[in-house]
Design a protein around this ligand. Structure first.
Ligand code: SAH
Ligand code: SF4
Ligand code: F3S
Length: 473
């Protein structure tokens, strides 16, 4: 491993910590025949899932082995999400369940990291209410994990190290990827958009793009390792390239990756409608490896609410984008995120959201009840909507979208689609599952030797969220 950050002393410190812990763990292995074990609980978005792959890579570099058993674990880490209150409460509940284990196994190292720990109130709350936690760190210093573990081994008190601000991008971190077929590749970190409801810019810092050559090198290695699909990650991939020395935008990056051998499919998430350029739509149309799917969060249908959310587009301009996408990429699937119950949302505003949903004909929508996040602008707005009304609106919206999703999927009856076979189905071990280029989940009977291959599958039974099919020889 050769880390790449500006701070040379920091690299040495991390490398030394890795070597020391590895030595300790290797000795234990020689003496007992057992490796020390780790487990990570991950909450939140793909960004966090990918951070967990880095944490796993660092732990394995130090000689730890992954386990699915809490009782067997020597290190347990919670990688947390703060986007909604519900997600935060779930994490706190899980941590409190571990107190008895920590009592009978005092050497267990319990760590909490991720977005929740970047909120000052929250990390202080954890410090005060969960004194048995050993490690608290944030989103900016996950590469420091070896140093933090070393300190935790040497000390009886909690190690608290949350960086307020950091613009560094650390390259060449080890990663243990969860999947062997699909891989996430970060192209940028942070967010500058400050949508008024959203905590992400506060917990992930300012937007910064990785250099294209670093991204290309990572994709090259993935292709050599046999990965078939990559998903390019960023909070707003459409603004990729801002601030880099070399003049490059997201469409240019897609053209570059499309030229690379080995990778069959390219996906990306997330796209902000305000930055979706014609150039990007043409790149999606022209790059044969870029899949016919876009996740384009709309959040609301009322122009008044969109303005209060600081989204910089209107219902009409959003629908025009949808039209333009469908004109250029006829079979494209469009998915979205929608929030109901933003402060001051009236019945009339909500009707605008329903109307937009009908007109846009989304393939799928992730629907959320507005959650007040301390520190954001919307948290201080008057007229917070009552819970009962929020729930009623959510139910109505889900019902509408389900009928649209089912109607759209029913058009696929008897159609043959290309599926990248991913795994034995989690629901039915006699079936395989995979995704279409449009990102729809398909279950079908087949031999597990097909995993990792592209297969032609005829859809026999379309449902709202999944498709059932049969493979064509
Ligand atoms: N950067 C991405 C994703 C951000 S978080 C984007 O801009 O689309 C994922 C989704 O969570 C958002 O799209 C939004 O719909 C939802 N979300 C964010 N903050 C929220 C809040 N305070 N309450 C409810 N939903 C929220
Ligand atoms: Fe949050 Fe808006 Fe940034 Fe997405 S674009 S992460 S919703 S602030
Ligand atoms: Fe949650 Fe952080 Fe992602 S707040 S949604 S894990 S960026």
């Amino acid at each position: 491993m050769k880390l790449n950050i500006a701070d040379i002393e920091k690299i040495d410190e991390i490398q030394n910590a890795i070597n020391e812990i590895m030595k300790i763990n290797n000795n234990i292995y020689y003496e007992t025949g057992n490796k020390k074990k780790y487990m990570i609980f991950t909450f939140g978005c793909q960004m966090n899932e990918h951070d967990t792959e880095v944490l796993s890579g660092l732990l394995e570099e130090m000689g730890y082995e992954h386990t699915n058993s809490i009782k067997e674990s020597d290190i347990i880490i919670f990688n947390t999400c703060s986007v909604r209150e519900h997600a935060e409460n779930r994490v706190l509940g899980r941590i409190s369940q571990l107190k008895p284990l920590k009592n009978i196994k005092p050497d267990l190292i319990l760590g909490i990291c991720g977005c929740m720990m970047q909120e000052k109130n929250m990390s202080e709350y954890v410090l005060e209410h969960f004194p048995y936690v050993d490690l608290i760190f944030g989103t900016h210093n996950i590469h420091e994990l070896p140093v933090l573990i070393k300190k935790a081994m040497e000390s009886n008190s909690v190690i608290y190290d949350v960086w307020e601000n950091n613009q560094d991008i650390v390259e060449n971190l080890p990663m243990t990827r969860k999947d062997k077929i699909k891989a996430y590749v970060n192209i940028m970190y942070g967010c500058n958009n400050f949508c008024t409801y959203c905590i992400v810019p506060y917990v992930r810092g300012r937007e910064r793009s990785r250099k294209p050559e670093d991204i290309i090198n990572e994709v090259k290695v993935l292709a050599d390792e046999g990965y078939k699909e990559i998903t390019l990650l960023g909070q707003n991939v459409n603004s990729y390239g801002r601030g880099l020395e070399k003049k490059i935008d997201f469409a240019d990056l897609l053209y570059m990756i499309n030229e690379m051998n080995g990778i069959e499919r390219i996906r990306f998430t997330t796209s902000h409608p305000k930055d979706l350029s014609d150039k990007l739509i043409y790149a999606m149309r022209d790059c044969e490896k870029v899949c016919e799917h876009i996740h384009l969060p709309v959040q609301a249908g009322s122009d008044r609410i969109l303005k209060l959310m600081n989204r910089h587009y209107t219902k009409e301009s959003y629908l025009l984008l949808v039209d333009k996408l469908r004109q250029n990429i006829p079979d494209i699937a469009i998915t979205t995120d929608i929030i109901v119950g933003f402060p001051s949302e009236t019945d009339e505003d909500f009707i605008e959201t329903l109307d937009l949903v009908k007109k846009a004909e989304f393939d799928l929508a992730y629907t959320f009840i507005y959650s007040k996040r301390t520190g954001t602008i919307a948290a201080q707005m008057d007229n917070q909507v009552q819970d009962e009304i929020k729930h009623k609106r959510l139910d109505e919206l889900i019902k509408l979208q389900n009928s649209i999703s089912l109607e759209k999927n029913s058009r696929l009856k008897d159609v043959v689609v290309e599926v990248l076979v991913e795994e034995v189905s989690k629901r039915d071990i006699n079936k395989l599952s995979g995704r279409t280029r449009t990102n729809k989940l398909v279950h079908f009977p087949g031999d597990d030797s097909l995993i990792g291959c592209l297969a032609n599958v005829k859809i026999t039974e379309p449902r709202a969220y999944t498709l059932i099919g049969e493979i064509l020889e």
